[in-house]
Every structure is written in C-alpha cells, then in structure tokens.
Design a protein around this ligand. Sequence first.
Ligand code: 3HC
Length: 691
Amino acid sequence: MQTVRIARQGSVAVATIDNPPVNALGAALRRDLATAVTEVMADPEVEALVLAAAGRAFIAGADISEFGKPLAQPILPEVLDLIENAAKPVVAAIQGVALGGGLEVALACHGRVALPAAKLGLPEIKLGIIPGAGGTQRLPRLIGAAKAFPMMLSGEPVAAQKALDLGLVDRVVEGDLVAAAVALAQELAAKGRPRKTGEIAEKLTQADREAFEALAKDATAKSGDMPNAMALIEAVRGAFTLPLAEGLAHERALFARLVVDERSKALRHAFFAEREAAKVPGIDDSVKPRPIARAAVIGAGTMGGGIAMCFANAGIPVTLIETSQEQVEKGHARIRDTYGFSVKRGSMTEATREQRMALITPAVGIAAAAEADIVIEAAFEEMGVKREIFGALDKVAKPGAVLASNTSYLDLTEIAAATTRPADVLGMHFFSPANVMKLLEIVRPEGVAADVVATAIALGRRLGKVPVVVGNCFGFVGNRMLEQRTRAAERLLVAGALPHEVDAALTGFGFKMGPFAMSDLAGNDIGWRSRKSRGKTAAVADAICERGWFGQKTGRGYYLYPEGARAGQRDPEVEALIADVSAKEGVARRSFTSEEILARLLDPMVNEGARILEEGIAARSGDIDIVWLTGYNWPAWRGGPMHWAEAVGLDVIVRRLEEQAAESGDASLEPAPLLRRLAAEGKGFSALKAA
Ligand code: 3HC
C-alpha cells in the first residue's frame, strides 16, 4: 500500500502522508517518504514540497513496534538527510500531533506551519530512550538548548501557539493549512537555496550553553540514575561541541544503546499494554455506551469526595450525597480545600476552582440520586451497608441509570442482587487519591449488560483514567495480588527481617514506599478490621493493632512518628514484639538480603497473577501490569509484575516459589499450574495473547 500520495498545487508538490491510524514511521512510510522527496526534487516543474498528513496525527513518531528489531532501509535519519539537504524547500503542514520522529521530520524541513490544535513534542524520554533522528541536534539549533532540553527531558508536547512563541513553527494558521504551507513554500523558494535547521548557529550562544548546563546539573541531581536522562544531556551537549553530522551520529549511538535496554523494553511494553487493555473481549464498537450527563456519588468521605472531583474536573455535574447535612458539608468543604492546594500551588486559578465547585451539589438522602445517569457508591466497606444502599437506589434511580460500587474487595454479584436491575450494576474501583490516581478497575460481574461496561469504560476515559476491565472476585486484580504481598511481608518479619529492611528492599526496587510505611500511612486498622471480618490472623500485624499502633495517625505503627513526623523511625518495641512472635512460633530468626526479600514479596504476587489469568479475572497479563503501574506505583521502567517476572524468567520464579512453599509449609505458595506450564514450555505470559 502506498503511504504517501503526491498532488500538485501550482508549482508546489503536496505529499500527503496516510498511514493509519497515526502515521507512525514504519518501514513502508520511510520508504515512500524517501521516494516522494527524491521524485519531487527531480521534477523540474516543481519549486517546493509541502509535507502534509491525513488523519488525526501529523506523525506519531517512529513505529515503536519495530524497536529492538533490525530496521529496514532507509532508516529515519537517512530520510531526514534527504529532506534537509533537498535543493528545494520542504515545508511541514502540521494538523495534529507531531511527536518524536514526527517532530524530527518537521525539524528537518525548511519551514513549519501548524493548525492551532496541533501539538509538538519529543516524548522519547517516556519510552526510556532519547530522540534518535536529530531531535537533540536540530531542536537546540532552532530554539536554543535552554528551551529544547526541558522539552525533551519532560517529553511533554507543546501546543501550536507555544511552539510559535518558541520559534519551533513559523506560522500558526486557522483554516486551510495546506494552502498556508504552500504559500510559505513559495516564499522560501523565491529566496533561493533553503536554510537548513542543522546550519542554524545563532541560538547556540555562550549564554544558552550556560543556561543549558545549569539545567543539566539540576537534572543530574534529580535523575542521575536514569540512563536516558543522562544520555540526553550528553547528546544535547554535542549540539554545542560537535559539527552536525557528528552530533547526529553521537545521538544515534546513544539512542541505539538505550533502545535495547531492559528499561526501555518495559516502558514500551507498558505503552502497548495500556492500549491493549482498552480492547475488552465482548465489547466492540457496536456496543454503544449510555449517555452520561449527570452523576451522583454516595458517600462524601475521602474517596467519594475524590470521585466527585473527577466528575467536576471533567465538566460533569455531580450530586454528592450523604446521610446528614453535617457530613455532606464536611465532605464538600474538604473538596474546596483540596482544590485550594492547587490554587495555592498555582496549578489552578480561583475562577476554575469556583467553576468546579459549582458543578458539585451537596445533598442529603439517596433520593437526590434520582436525576443521575450514573451513581457511584463510595460508602463504608461492608456488604450490609452496600446492599442497603443499592436496595434504596433501585427505588429512586431512573431507568437505565448505571449503578456502580467503588468497593475494593466485595462481591459485586451480591451487591447487584440487592436491586431488581442487576444488569445495570458493576464495580468502578477508583484508587486513592481518586482525583489523582489513573487506574480505574471496572469490575464486571456475571449478568451485567455489555453497554453498562462500555459506559463505564467511556466514562473512565472522559475522567482521564486508565480503565481496566476485570472479573468479579475478592479484591479483583490489584488488591487480590496486594494481599499476597502483605502476607509475604508479615512472613518475612516472623522469619527474621525487620520492617525497615523489607521497606528498603522495595524502595530500592523503585517503589515510592515499602509495605510497612504504606500500611502506617493508610492505617493499620483497615487491614486488621478486614482480617477480623474474614476470620484471618497475622501475628505481628494483629499484635501491633491490639496495642493501638495504627500508624501515622496515632504517632506509631510499624515505625515511630514523633510529633507528627512523616518519615517513620525504627521502633525498638516493635522490633522486640516481632522477635517475640518469632520465638512463640519457634522460628530461628535469620537475616535476609534485599534480593531474597524482593523475591519473597514479589514472587507470590506473580503467582496470584497467574491464578488471576487462569480464572479469566484478567484478560491478559498486560492488563495486570497496567493495574500495578497505574494504581500501585509499580516502577514504570520495570513494566509491571508480569513483565518483570518474564524478565526474571518464569522458571526462576517457579523454583523460588517451590523453595518458599517448602520452607513455610504454606501450600498457597505452590506455583500455579499456569505458571508451571509456561515455565516448562519456556514461554512467557505474553505468549498467552495469541491463544
Ligand atoms: N508506533 C506504533 N504504534 C503507535 C504509535 C507509534 N509511535 N503511536 C500510536 N500507535 C498505535 C497505538 O498502539 C494504537 O494501536 P491500536 O489501535 O492497535 O491499539 C493506535 O496507534 C492509536 O493510538 P492511541 O490509542 O494511543 O490513540 P490516541 O489518539 O489516543 O493517541 C498518540 C495518539 C498521541 C499519537 C499516542 O498514540 C501516542 O502518544 N503515541 C506515541 C508517541 C510517541 O511516543 N512517539 C515517539 C516514538 S519514539 C521515536 O519517535 C523515536 C525517534 O526519535 C527515532
């Protein structure tokens, strides 16, 4: 298929890139682009070329799915050399996103015109790499390194108007973009030989160098452990110290090294897994979501308030419902305060805060949910409470309203059975803080209507979330696996490790917090209550709670928090208590290395993940990874637990689990049949996709 078509507008050729869905620069497009440029330059009747694009993206960048494989000729830098060195001017007409290699194409052109809605950026850093087709050399030449470097370091795109201010585009036009690009192309042609971006030198001044070096120093202090951030500094420095050709070669060598790094592989896995999670078995485009114009949230606690904010942030009016005026006012005030922090920080204006607050209507009593197209219940986590609310909702909600529970563990089928319309009931599990965390677990109980699931997915996207559809079981995907980690952490304490050692192993792995610091922050009583309701025990955790050491809120938990300190300090009494439990259980305490601790914390999670796949609770291992990446702060560059397990080797995980099961006598640590089978076949979880 031809991915570039050429037409003529007078003396200017217009090459339109058309490689759906997003004009990624795969082998065919690179070839067709090179052919188009060569043909147009050889045509004596043409004086200039406009590069335009069909569809929503100008060019989304290099084709990420080709990374790590041998690249077919011509590679992108070769195509860009052709463009930059063309004897006649080439102008980019940017109608949508120009990202990564897409912006690099535009940078190699001699002029750039954009629609106001266009966005331009070099997001490679988010994939663990750096620009590999001249971005680090041409962008600093065009706009100065002090402005180019932060763009590449954050990876965030800029809007067209900002790009104009930066000098990244020449014109922003409303209306006929191609006509405007043709006009610029003609003007440039009239001036004779086009100016190459690579030849621009005036922005790379001594002052620019100094400003860049200051930013680089700052970035080194913050991100010294990120090889791509460090490579970016090196590459940009090359723009000052090396001639263009050498700077380009240097950049490409750094890019090539990063592309094969495990960290970049993990980030690419996450990119595709997130998009795959959007494809839900049984929910295709023919299933139309129900329209949502108004929402209600039941429960104005921290969670309910955060969910109400999600609606307000998306411009959807929402009724916030409580059982008493006092409670709803308290919840409403807390939302105002939370927005207030953003106003104070300067990330939100007072006017925006007022607009958002105006979308939230506090109310008392479930009858206030009558007008809502969707109701999300975020009340106390107890089946009786939930069933009562859903029974009452059934009587007041309008026909066709979606009824969702934000439960983090409970059985949705049982909740749905409290209504006469179970097909309209599902789980929408937000993560705390709900207005910040990206994950939305959509729990699909048997019997829920497909369009209700589609509505939750579409709404999740509108709220800026990453929706992942999961099956109905205790704790769903995320909390079910988290429970394994929590149990493992307790086992480690009894076996000989101390809280700070366990936490340090996990933060060393890349988590922001270890399990004990996390538990102290959330409140140790939450897990205690949950265990008690299920008849479960955990000797150390229970003993800590029996003493009232619930964590930060009580000044002590697994750690001490003198005078409200945020960071916990080791507590000799807790350590003695742990030793006591070990002694009572007849365990000879021993020390553990960080690697051993990690294996003991994470392998049981992977095992549970395998069971989750076996049971069809998650459709793909990538869905599980996305849950952990977006809901539990799993370090992005480790790609999620299932990806991590594959990188370690499933055979290694199986062997370690067998050892742990034998040592602890805990049969739940025996490797899941699926895990055993894949390990024996030498396959990874991702092999299941094809099945
Ligand atoms: N390569 C391969 N496939 C890509 C792609 C890319 N660069 N960008 C998007 N896609 C695919 C997606 O996987 C998805 O495929 P699917 O339909 O089969 O799931 C499809 O295009 C549509 O993508 P989205 O669902 O994300 O569509 P949106 O409209 O929501 O977003 C986008 C479009 C803003 C372009 C977003 O896809 C995006 O951010 N893409 C990645 C951009 C990027 O990182 N570019 C840099 C690449 S690295 C590079 O260029 C190196 C260079 O310096 C040499």
